[in-house]
Design a binder for this molecule. Structure first.
Ligand SMILES: Nc1ncnc2c1ncn2[C@@H]1O[C@H](COP(=O)(O)OP(=O)(O)OP(=O)(O)O)[C@@H](O)[C@H]1O
Length: 202
């Protein structure tokens, strides 16, 4: 996945001023930036949810997108969400989804309605829905918000094993305390990307 020369403004507020980014297979990439820097805007453009004012985005293969705010139906159970997305992704079974539920330790909530789930468990479901079709590129907006420490560690185990399997993962966050786990780190500031300090490729 590649974005080139992307500009975007909301009215007079210029948020992105020429962003170039390439997400390569087998890479864990991080983008950090202050609140309001434009990180979610960048992800929305990458995912196709938002059309940039200028610039191009090139996609290849399947991708998964985990937005900052969970997009779940309060009235449906966890299993009903999985069944719905299984149909949407045209999957033959829920094998990968069940594996992810076990990895993230929330299998016991399969029959529970979303309205009764804790924030962290909703986020686990959000992540599972973005991952259950084994995407080549995974876009994650603040993916570990609400996770306790053990879940946070498991999240990184899942992310690292996907990277090792050749997937490309982009994690966007306002916190950069896990920079050493990333292959590339970028800082979004002033509407452009700057190389972060922990960039192994730098
Ligand atoms: N739909 C919109 N209409 C108008 N302004 C918007 C809209 N969406 C975002 N903005 C503004 O664009 C700027 C960038 O927002 P964005 O959500 O991309 O930032 P962010 O880096 O993801 O922030 P945070 O870390 O707080 O989630 C902010 O000033 C925000 O107020």
């Amino acid at each position: 996945m590649e974005m080139t020369g992307v500009h975007h403004a909301y009215g007079r507020r210029k948020v992105l001023r020429g962003v170039d980014l390439t997400l390569r297979p087998g890479t864990l990439t991080g983008i950090v930036g202050e609140n309001g820097a434009g990180k979610s805007t960048l992800l929305k453009i990458l995912s196709g949810e938002l059309r940039p004012d200028r610039g191009t985005v090139r996609h290849e293969g399947r991708f998964g997108y985990c937005p900052q705010h969970t997009v779940l139906n309060e009235a449906l159970t966890v299993h009903q969400h999985l069944a719905f997305f299984r149909t949407a992704f045209a999957l033959s079974d829920l094998g990968r989804a069940r594996e992810l539920m076990a990895d993230l330790r929330f299998s016991e909530y399969a029959g529970d309605r979303v309205s009764t789930l804790s924030g962290g468990t909703r986020q686990k479901l959000n992540l599972t829905l973005a991952l259950m079709h084994d995407p080549h590129v995974l876009l994650l907006d603040e993916p570990y918000q609400g996770f306790d420490w053990d879940t946070y560690q498991r999240f990184w185990e899942v992310a690292t094993s996907l990277r090792d399997a050749g997937r490309s993962i982009l994690i966007v966050s306002h916190l950069a305390y896990d920079a050493e786990r990333l292959d590339e780190l970028w800082r979004l500031d002033g509407g452009v990307l700057h190389r972060g300090k922990a960039d192994k490729a730098a």
